[in-house]
Design a protein around this ligand. Structure first.
Ligand code: FAD
Length: 437
């Protein structure tokens, strides 16, 4: 069949936001190349969302699979922007009609304690690689980082992800302690039942098992934890209710997973011994007009063999993409357009900064609507004949397809997405331990 003139768009990152954008474009008859650094384009669904969310993970990954399988989408796995293709090359040399960045937020916000990053993996872990380890270390072929959990750990955080981190620590340390007593346990069953109930079934109390709990340190109060959202226009009663929900969520998690919580404490210094981080110095705070105020003279030391920082994720810097502070420089969150580039747009977690699947998808849809309607001016079939200054001539489309094919061949991908996904899907813990709810 003769190749038609049409736009051809590059999407970087094929997870919730990227696959949604690719699908919307593909449905409009536009060609899309989706580049992802990983073998499978599942992003934080695979490496962030903890592995006990079996149903949610499977549902979201099936959605991504079906979107990436659209015949107008050309998937390019194991290809990282900034490593395998430079940003300048993709934007200036390839000749795509538009470039969409859906690369998420993979870098941990640095723990604000001077010099502490020297101790990464020497007493200090960051949340993103730690959760990735948790999700995958059971796999028989696992070749990632070799992380070790410790009892009595310090977790610095406060958001939903930090609750997952303390849960992971409590689950893993409890499984280890049970193993020493000859009791076989797995984190899925333990998470489902809660630690006290599981122990009770084995005739044990938490005190008898004797796992030293980890502690979550938060610089604000329990009522400030963003565990449930308070809309900007909430009445005082509604806001009060939401704060009570936050307290309840935290209390339930503590009851089920037995971790400690310390509010109004911020880390200000490190404790180092023999080249390892062995604790932090905290300072008490108070909240005045919504702001965190430090209270000098209230400093105290907490010693621990392991500190995990879980204070938020930001986009990884990609050489060539201007950033302001932690974020890409974009003019308007609704269009996602990068300030310095006419045809580059960012979407999803990379822009919203909020770790939420639905928000990533909705933001992606908003940006891609703008790109299709206002930027590419490429109407749907019902809206009439497609005429756009952004459509590429047939020869350029063929050249792009060939270049994409070369990139695919480079990593041994033959273009059959479903086959590739089936071959590379990781071994699941529930298959190994025979877990079912
Ligand atoms: C611990 C934890 C728990 C969570 N729990 C929940 C929950 O219960 N409910 C919920 O709604 N949300 C939850 N989230 C958040 C949710 O997983 C994310 O918000 C969502 O998956 C983000 O989707 P995204 O497509 O915007 O970004 P990502 O999932 O980060 O996808 C980005 C994609 O881009 C690729 N990529 C990145 N950089 C490059 C590059 N340079 N070149 C090529 N490819 C690149 C990545 O491989 C990835 O596939 C959780 C997150 C974490 C960390």
């Amino acid at each position: 069949m003769k190749t038609q003139s049409k736009p051809f768009v590059a999407v970087v990152g094929g997870a919730c936001a990227g696959s949604e954008a690719a699908y919307q474009l593909a449905q409009r008859g536009i060609y899309v190349a989706v580049f992802d650094q990983q073998t499978l384009p599942y992003g934080k669904i695979e490496d962030g969302l903890p592995k006990w969310h079996i149903k949610l993970r499977n549902k979201e990954e099936a959605k991504i699979d079906s979107k990436i399988s659209h015949p107008n989408v050309f998937f390019v796995p194991q290809t990282k922007l900034g490593r395998d293709i430079s940003f300048e090359e993709l934007v200036n040399d390839w000749g795509f009609s538009a470039v969409l960045l859906a690369s998420g937020a993979w870098r941990d916000r640095p723990l604000p304690v001077e010099g502490v990053d020297e101790y990464v993996e020497k007493g200090l872990y960051y949340q993103n690689p730690f959760v990735e380890w948790f999700n995958h270390h059971h796999e028989p072929e696992y070749k990632g980082r070799d992380y070790h959990v410790e009892e009595n750990a310090i977790v610095v955080g406060g958001g939903l992800a930090s609750i997952d981190v303390v849960k992971i620590l409590m689950l893993e340390t409890t499984v280890n302690a049970l193993e020493k007593r000859g009791i076989n346990a797995d984190v899925l069953t333990l998470e489902h039942q809660g630690i006290p109930r599981f122990l009770e079934k084995h005739g044990l109390t938490p005190e008898e098992l004797g796992v030293k709990p980890c502690t979550l340190f938060y610089r604000r109060r329990n009522i400030d934890m963003p565990l449930s959202t308070i809309p900007a226009d909430a009445t005082p009663e509604r806001a009060e209710k939401a704060k009570m929900v936050r307290v309840k969520i935290l209390k339930n998690a503590q009851e089920k997973f037995l971790f400690n919580f310390m509010e109004r404490c911020k880390p200000i210094d490190k404790i180092v011994e023999n080249g390892r981080l062995v604790g932090l110095v905290f300072q008490r705070t108070e909240i005045v007009d919504g702001r965190v105020k430090s209270l000098p003279g209230t400093e105290f030391e907490v010693r621990s063999p392991l500190t995990i920082s879980s204070i938020g994720s930001i986009p990884e810097p990609i050489p060539g993409i201007p950033t302001k502070g932690e974020l890409f420089v974009i003019s308007d969150e609704n269009t996602g357009k990068l300030d310095d580039f006419e045809h580059v747009f960012a979407l999803g977690n990379a822009v919203t900064g909020r770790g939420n699947i639905r928000e990533s998808e909705l933001h992606s849809r908003k940006v891609v609507e703008y790109v299709m309607n206002e930027f590419l001016k490429w109407p749907s079939e019902e809206e009439g004949p497609a005429i756009s200054g952004r459509a590429l001539p047939a020869e350029q489309i063929e050249a792009l397809k060939n270049r994409v094919k070369e990139m695919q061949a480079r990593v041994g991908y033959d273009g059959d997405y479903q086959k590739w996904a089936a071959q590379h899907r990781p071994v699941r813990l529930e298959e190994l331990v025979n877990f079912s709810k």
